[in-house]
Design a protein around this ligand. Structure first.
Ligand code: SAM
Length: 298
């Protein structure tokens, strides 16, 4: 497993009892996590931490849920991440869907993308990056910070793109060559193939289910292979990487590696590998699994 263990502004304190307890800057949040099916820590330090968060997210029986605020909870605040190429910063805002606007385990992928871009730059190769299902722009900011030639960020949600724009500004990337597009990932890829565009790195982090801006249905098991195969047509003659991340329970790293090997590696060679990614807890020796990431590299 690859662990996101270089954070200072974020800390997974503990996980258990179907929940996780996290520190985001100086704010502690308690929210559901379906993977944490072991009991929560009950030694004095863990029991104290679990009983004193700033807010707890409760699921509702009728779907969705809401935050119960226990003490001063800011509407939003900023956390930063020490990428070797310079600090990234993100706005954190607890949402009605238990999310905070950032997936902290993705830091392992931000570092790998940034390292591959820095390598391409040092070798005098271009690094034009396509980021699909790009959410609030964690990977977009990492690639921009690492000096990508261009980053094209595609998400169906205009609201997410607005958050990504803020995060790019907080990360000191306003003058970097980034395009933020509100579009359906599949339709955008088809149009880019017709336009003859090429990318040196492709990143995708598709949800299990999703909707494009015009209601286009995305179901990962049905659509992932075809989208990856389409994207392979967009790779340049000197590609650096293809990254797939997934939170979908049941999609094993081996499935991601097989898809990359077949859809990207066929006729191109290279190497496909995938692994779980996770967050180590600080109060107990456990690591919370957070899905899987697969890499194709030439
Ligand atoms: C799991 S999140 C991605 C997390 C992100 N990569 C990160 O690490 O911060 C999925 C994103 O996919 C977007 N999305 C869902 N269906 C889409 C579609 N058909 N086309 C483009 N984006 C879509 C959602 O708006 C959401 O922002």
């Amino acid at each position: 497993m690859r662990r996101a263990d270089r954070w200072t502004d974020y800390e997974l304190l503990d996980a258990g009892g179907g929940e996780k307890l996290e520190r985001w800057g100086s704010v502690v949040l308690r929210r559901p996590d379906p993977q944490a099916i072991w009991p929560a820590g009950d030694d004095p330090a863990a029991a104290r931490a679990w009983s004193t968060p700033h807010a707890t997210y409760h699921r509702s029986e009728t779907g969705g849920g809401s935050w119960e605020r226990h003490r001063d909870l800011p509407a939003s605040w900023t956390v930063s991440y020490p990428l070797p190429q310079g600090d990234l910063a993100f706005r954190i805002e607890p949402s009605g869907f238990k999310h905070t606007g950032l997936f902290p385990e993705q830091a392992v992928n931000w570092e790998s993308c940034a390292a591959r871009i820095a390598e391409a730059n040092a070798a005098g190769r271009p690094s034009r990056i396509l980021n699909l299902f790009a959410y609030t722009g964690g990977a977009t900011a990492a690639c921009a910070k690492a000096g990508a030639t261009e980053v094209v960020h595609v998400d169906a949600s205009k609201g997410m793109n607005q958050r990504a724009k803020e995060n790019l500004a907080l990360s000191g990337c306003v003058d970097r060559p980034v395009r933020l597009l509100a579009d359906d990932a599949g339709k955008f890829v088809e149009r880019e193939i017709r336009r003859g565009r090429r990318y040196d790195g492709i990143i995708m982090d598709p949800p299990s289910y999703g909707r494009g801006p015009s209601g286009e249905l995305w179901k990962l098991e049905d659509a992932l292979y075809a989208l990856v195969a389409q994207c392979a047509h967009l790779l340049s003659d000197t590609p650096s990487f293809f990254l797939i991340n997934s939170y979908t329970t049941g999609l094993s790293p081996s499935v991601i590696a097989a898809i990359l090997g077949l859809a990207v590696g066929t006729g191109r060679g290279g190497h496909a590998e995938a692994d779980e990614i996770g967050l180590p807890a600080s109060l107990r020796p456990i690591v919370l699994p957070c899905g899987a990431s697969g890499w194709w590299t030439p």
